[in-house]
Design a protein around this ligand. Structure first.
Ligand SMILES: NC(=O)C1=CN([C@@H]2O[C@H](COP(=O)(O)OP(=O)(O)OC[C@H]3O[C@@H](n4cnc5c(N)ncnc54)[C@H](OP(=O)(O)O)[C@@H]3O)[C@@H](O)[C@H]2O)C=CC1
Ligand SMILES: O=C1O[C@H](COP(=O)(O)O)[C@@H](O)[C@H](O)[C@H]1O
Length: 458
């Protein structure tokens, strides 16, 4: 550990991300690494006192049973500064309160983050400043390019962390280990052997009071444009030589540059839907359009699906389908690899003929390889078995892993500027077609598995 940050500042400290994910991650990190010391400053539009802020931090720490000397010290010293982060003077007040090199964590809606970066351009910035920006990075390709340009005038690229907490999940390392620490997988990890890949992140959670952000994002921008494309990049990348920021991010960038919409046709390669009222785990959920803060005329989708192709020797012809949605009956988070069917099954064998399937489950990570084998009774009858393994929960929460990278100045797990732009390029034709209503916005009952007419994945 070579911590380069002296003060971590959360901008948007009164928001959901801060209390539900960032603060627990800080608590967990300090509990596991009591030798770490840094100051924490919370800042938000709300006019909170230090006491109120400390009670929020304490409550968040409690959710992960955080404790120990580093936690106690941080709880005693942390302060809250009310600020409008779009105003340079307010940002200067925040810098004045920092000790050592500061890291600004933008837990803000993307439009406010962009304005705050403009405001930073009007200040003389402190030495060693780190900037950590939440997804979505910008709101489209053009704004992502503009934001990259602005950031480049503020600090060097390796002091910019474009956060994607799916890269903080041990998932990335688990995927890399599975692929490259076994000699049997890599030879079949290509279009000669793989028929299709599906990356599915179906959640049972509904809107959870996040209309302010989500009603302008929807499932495509919230999950597919960022998290699932990053998972795709790690799944499909060429073998990196080392796990450092350059090799890892170069390999991911190459995949994303080669990725485009399947047959360049949003009408056949994308689908969208929105939930109506229903019941999940015995709890009634209102229709999305009746959730507080939702504007039904925004036509926000809560379930999105997009199929892409990767134009490389390894992956040409293999459809990759990315799907994510909210308020679904079955919580399903997995990469499903469907292998090509066996070329010839000897006559005389009966029963299962489904292709071999590898399921890589995400957070908590696990895997299951579904194979056809001869049944225990009649050896002519082929049966289906699954060989399963757990990767374990991982030592740290995804956000704690993300924060470690930020505090130690290691951008390996953060999204590089060029790939942030590529991800917008990939989804742009879908967004354009949806805006023009060329792809119908369908409905599904909350608690169901999506519109009945959609073909089931796997
Ligand atoms: N929540 C989540 O589960 C996740 C969120 N994210 C990302 O995190 C970001 C924030 O999301 P979330 O926390 O849910 O959103 P919230 O709406 O809950 O919080 C946004 C925060 O920004 C503050 N804010 C808004 N405008 C200003 C301003 N001009 N000056 C200072 N503070 C301001 C708000 O203060 P106030 O309340 O006073 O207006 C609030 O604290 C988004 O980019 C989202 O994509 C990423 C992963 C998960
Ligand atoms: O970034 C986001 O991710 C969560 C899903 O991630 P998880 O780690 O909490 O499972 C999603 O619910 C949220 O809408 C999105 O903004």
């Amino acid at each position: 550990m070579t911590q380069s940050v002296g003060t971590l500042v959360i901008l948007g400290a009164s928001g959901d991300l801060s209390s539900r994910l960032l603060l627990p991650a800080i608590g967990q990190l300090l509990t596991h690494h009591p030798e770490r010391r840094f100051h924490l400053v919370g800042s938000g539009a709300e006019d909170w006192s230090d006491a109120k802020w400390r009670s929020v931090v304490k409550a968040s720490f409690k959710t992960v049973k955080a404790g120990g000397p580093a936690v106690e010290q941080l709880l005693k010293s942390t302060v809250y500064l009310p600020a409008d982060v779009t105003k340079p003077d307010d940002l200067q007040t925040i810098f004045d309160a920092c000790e050592g090199a500061p890291a600004l964590y933008f837990a803000l809606p993307p439009a406010i983050t962009a304005k705050a970066c403009e405001a930073l351009g009007k200040l003389t910035l402190p030495a060693g400043l780190t900037l950590a920006l939440e997804k979505p990075f910008g709101t489209d390709k053009r704004s992502a390019i503009a934001l990259n340009k602005r950031l480049a005038t503020l600090v060097p690229e390796d002091q910019i962390h474009r956060v994607d907490h799916f890269l903080g999940n041990s998932t990335v390392l688990n995927l890399i280990g599975l692929r490259f620490a076994n000699s049997i997988l890599e030879p079949v990890w290509n279009g000669d052997h793989i028929q299709s890949v599906d990356i599915v992140y179906d959640e049972s959670l509904g809107l959870e009071d996040r209309a302010r952000y989500y009603d302008h994002a929807g499932a495509l921008m919230d999950m597919i444009q960022s998290h699932l494309l990053q998972v795709l990049a790690v799944f499909a990348m060429e073998p990196p030589s080392a796990l450092d920021a350059t090799d890892l991010r170069d390999a991911k960038a190459m995949v994303l540059r080669a990725t485009r919409l399947w047959k360049d046709d949003p009408l056949i390669s994308s689908r969208r839907a929105r939930y109506t009222a229903g019941t999940i785990d015995g709890q009634k959920l209102p229709a999305y359009t009746n959730e507080p803060g939702v504007d039904p005329t925004n036509d926000t989708e809560t379930l999105a699906e997009m199929t892409v192709q990767i134009d490389t020797w390894r992956w040409a012809g293999v459809p990759f389908t990315l799907r994510s949605g909210k308020a679904l009956g079955t919580r399903r988070r997995e990469i499903l690899v469907t292998f090509k069917p066996a070329r010839h099954i000897p006559r005389g064998l009966r029963g299962h003929r489904e292709p071999t399937m590898l399921r890589i489950m995400l957070a908590p990570d696990a895997m299951s390889l579904e194979l056809n084998i001869n049944g225990p009774d009649d050896p002519h009858e082929i049966e289906r078995v699954a060989l399963s393994a757990d990767f374990g929960p991982g030592l740290l929460l995804a956000y704690a892993e993300v924060l470690e990278g930020i505090l130690d100045g290691d951008p390996s797990l953060s999204v590089r500027g060029d790939t942030a732009v590529e991800m917008w390029r990939i989804v742009a034709p879908v967004i354009a077609a949806w805006k023009k209503d060329e792809v119908p916005l369908q409905t599904y009952r909350a608690g169901s598995d999506g519109p009945a007419s959609w073909k089931k994945i796997g």
